[in-house]
Every structure is written in structure tokens, then in C-alpha cells.
Design a protein around this ligand. Structure first.
Ligand code: T4K
Length: 367
């Protein structure tokens, strides 16, 4: 056991030689980006791995999400949750839409489907739920509501790479799903992201939107951005994908150790295994109930810090309380999200986190 800082996560990386061997052909081809050979290979491998019909790769998850909204040509109100990384809300607003915040449920912190219908107005065009921590939203109920009111569904599946629901890849639900391949995610391409979709017309539009809207050398008929994944990112993905199952198996062991120690403690709530879900063990959030546990989330966060352990308050503050949004919204409309955000602490989790360290982290939490 060392006293090196333990951060909330640590990027998975392939063996150095494996990456170097894989990128060598780039020195022959001089082809670095704009849909190169490695980009195409990764798209094909991910389509198979995620069991989806189509995928489009992006330079990061945030741009993927913005362009997903634009590909669907949406304008108006979109129902979403504030218990997420700020990217979800920013992507909606930057695409010219108005987020309408729905509360989360206290079981898995995803959108509370019983509260969606009351938020639907004449202006509502879509729902953007978040599979937060890789927990699966109530996809069946969301589909029912979307069909009833003719709404589009765009999932923020940034945390849900490799998750399956009832044996089906999570990217098959809704109109589109966005995955993040950021360095901090269970699967990374350094920075990166993807959209999975079933409508191939939308796919064509997405592929043009990420390349300035260019149709051919002389035709540009939509206003696009530059959000392409480059060849080095794609190679990182190809290598990391080979080791993904092994990484997840190791994360599972870490999560089970945390659960074994913490789930029996009064005042600490951990999440268990959900029915019909194949988990990716992306995050390990715990909820600290100060009245029962005797200390607050912030007390524990600070004590861990004194021991060089850097847990994170994902997701505090909730997005409707951030400086850039708070004038327009009241967090009192999402009381569960507000409450959970004040009590949640995301503990360090990565494949090679030694179990001794997990025990030490738990000991410090339990003082
Ligand atoms: N939607 C949701 C629900 C999301 O959570 C995110 C991203 C997005 C959309 C947007 O997707 P991207 O555009 O990012 O693909 C991190 C990530 O930057 C962000 O990707 C992620 N969500 C968010 C939840 O976490 P920070 O500000 O916490 O990152 P940072 O730099 O503090 O890193 C956290 C820890 O990760 C470090 O303490 C150590 C470790 N780390 C970090 C980096 C950068 C590494 O081990 N290697 C690294 O290279 O936002």
C-alpha cells in the first residue's frame, strides 16, 4: 500500500507496445483524420460490440450530443434531468432548445417517469434522459410516453458503454443515444464519443454535421461543425476495446468489495445490482444520510482528502442551480435531485484499484 494520491478514477490504457504497433501504419499513410482507416475499423468493431445497427464517431461526447439534437432538427422544449454532468444541459441550450427539468427517482437517480407527463406542453418536442452512472432509465415507460405524445428520445448514455438491458445493447433505445469515450470513462479513446441510431437518414445528416456540413467538394447545404474523431483516438479505442471485458471484470471485483463493506452500514446507501441489467461498473456512488450516519457527505469528502484520497461529488451542484442557469430555474422543482446531490459521493473506482486500498478507503469513511 502506497501513499500515492488515489483519484476518483484512472484512465484505462492498453500496453504501450500494443498501441505503438497499432499506430505504426499511420507513419506510412500520413492519414491522420477525416474518416481514415482506423476510424472505419473502430466504427465496425463498435457496431458489433454494442449490438447496434449504426454508429457515428465524434471527437468527444459533448459535440456528439449537440449534433444529435441538430440532426433531429429540434426546436422548443426538451424534458431532461438536472442530476447530470453539465454537458447534458449545455448541449440542449447550445442547440437552441429550452431544457425543462424533471426530477429523478430515488432508486437509481434516473428520470422519474411518473413526473414526465405533467411537464409536457405544446412546445415539448423531445425527452433527453440520462443513464446516469450507467444505471438504465425506465426505457419502456419513456418509449410509451414518447409514442403517446409524438416526442423524440435522445439518451445521454455517456456513462453506459457496454451496458445491456434485457440482453439488448443500451444504444438501441430511443431515437439516438450518445456515448462518451472520454479518458475518465470505462472505455476511452482519449477524448471521444459516439451516437448510435437506427434511422440511416439521420446517420447521413450526423456524418455531414460533424464535417462542416460538407456534402461534396462544391456543396455545403447544412451548417455543420468540426467534430470528427481522429486516427490516434480511433487506435486508442481499437486497443482499449480488446481489453474491455477484462477491465469490467476487475471493476466488478472492486465494486463488490465496496458493497460488502459499506452496504451494511446504517446511513450509507449503496446501489445494488438492478434486475435485467448487465452493468459496466462505471461509477460507485454512495448516499450519506447525515442524520443517521452522524456525519455529512462533505465531512467524509474532506476526511478522505486529508488521506490523499480524492472522491468526487458527482453530480453536485445540479445543473439547474449553476450560475448560468439559476436565474431561470428553481431547484425546488426537482427536490429529489437537489437532496441526492447534497448527499452523494462517488468513490474511487478503476480496474487496478487494489482491494487493500478499497478497504482503507472504507475504514477512513467509517472513521
Ligand atoms: N454527459 C454526461 C452525463 C457526462 O458525464 C459527460 C462527461 C458528457 C455528457 C460529455 O462527454 P465528453 O464530452 O466529456 O466526452 C469528467 C470528464 O471530463 C467528463 O468527460 C465526464 N462526463 C465527467 C463526469 O467527468 P471532471 O471535470 O470531473 O474531470 P477531471 O479532469 O477532474 O478528471 C476526473 C478524474 O479522472 C481525475 O481526478 C483523474 C482521472 N483522469 C482524468 C483525466 C483527464 C485520468 O485518470 N486521466 C485523465 O486523462 O470531468
Amino acid at each position: 500500500m502506497s501513499n500515492k494520491p488515489i483519484l476518483v478514477t484512472r484512465s484505462s490504457m492498453p500496453p504501450y507496445d500494443e498501441f505503438i504497433n497499432e499506430i505504426m501504419p499511420i507513419w506510412d499513410s500520413h492519414w491522420l483524420t477525416n474518416g481514415g482507416e482506423f476510424h472505419q475499423t473502430l466504427e465496425k468493431k463498435l457496431t458489433e460490440f454494442l449490438q447496434v445497427n449504426n454508429i457515428s464517431l465524434f471527437t468527444n461526447g459533448h459535440m456528439a450530443l449537440e449534433l444529435a439534437f441538430q440532426a433531429l432538427n429540434l426546436s422548443g422544449e426538451i424534458i431532461t434531468t438536472p442530476f447530470t454532468f453539465v454537458s447534458t444541459t449545455h448541449a440542449i441550450v447550445r442547440s437552441g432548445m429550452t431544457p425543462v427539468f424533471c426530477d429523478i427517482n430515488c432508486m437509481d437517480y434516473t428520470i422519474d417517469v411518473s413526473k414526465i407527463e405533467r411537464l409536457i406542453t405544446e412546445e415539448t418536442v423531445a425527452i433527453a434522459p440520462v443513464h446516469v452512472y450507467g444505471n438504465v432509465c425506465d426505457v419502456e415507460e419513456i418509449e410509451k410516453i414518447a409514442t403517446k405524445y409524438n416526442l423524440k428520445v435522445i439518451y445521454d448514455a455517456a456513462h453506459a458503454f457496454g451496458v445491456q438491458y434485457k440482453g439488448k445493447g443500451i444504444g438501441n433505445f430511443g431515437d439516438l443515444s450518445m456515448f462518451s469515450f472520454h479518458a475518465t470513462k470505462v472505455f476511452n479513446t482519449i477524448e471521444g464519443g459516439a451516437i448510435t441510431y437506427s434511422n440511416s437518414e439521420i446517420g447521413k445528416k450526423l456524418n455531414r454535421l460533424k464535417n462542416f456540413g460538407i456534402k461534396d467538394e462544391e456543396t455545403v447545404d447544412i451548417i455543420g461543425a468540426n467534430a470528427k474523431m481522429n486516427e490516434f483516438q480511433a487506435v486508442m479505442g481499437i486497443c482499449n476495446l480488446r481489453h474491455f471485458d477484462e477491465e469490467i471484470a476487475k471493476r466488478k471485483v472492486v465494486v463488490e468489495k465496496y458493497r460488502e463493506i459499506l452496504s451494511v452500514i446504517k446511513g450509507i446507501k449503496t446501489l445494488g445490482q438492478f434486475k435485467d441489467v448487465k452493468s459496466n461498473y462505471a461509477y460507485f456512488p454512495v448516499i450519506i444520510e447525515p442524520e443517521i450516519f452522524g456525519e455529512s457527505r462533505d465531512d467524509i469528502y474532506n476526511r478522505l482528502k486529508l488521506h490523499n484520497i480524492f472522491a468526487r461529488k458527482y453530480f453536485y451542484p445540479i445543473t439547474n442551480t449553476l450560475d448560468c442557469y439559476k436565474e431561470k430555474y428553481s431547484a425546488n422543482n426537482t427536490p429529489i435531485a437537489l437532496d441526492i446531490s447534497k448527499k452523494v459521493l462517488t468513490l474511487p473506482l478503476y480496474a487496478d484499484l487494489p482491494l487493500d486500498d478499497v478497504e482503507r478507503i472504507c475504514k477512513i469513511i467509517l472513521n
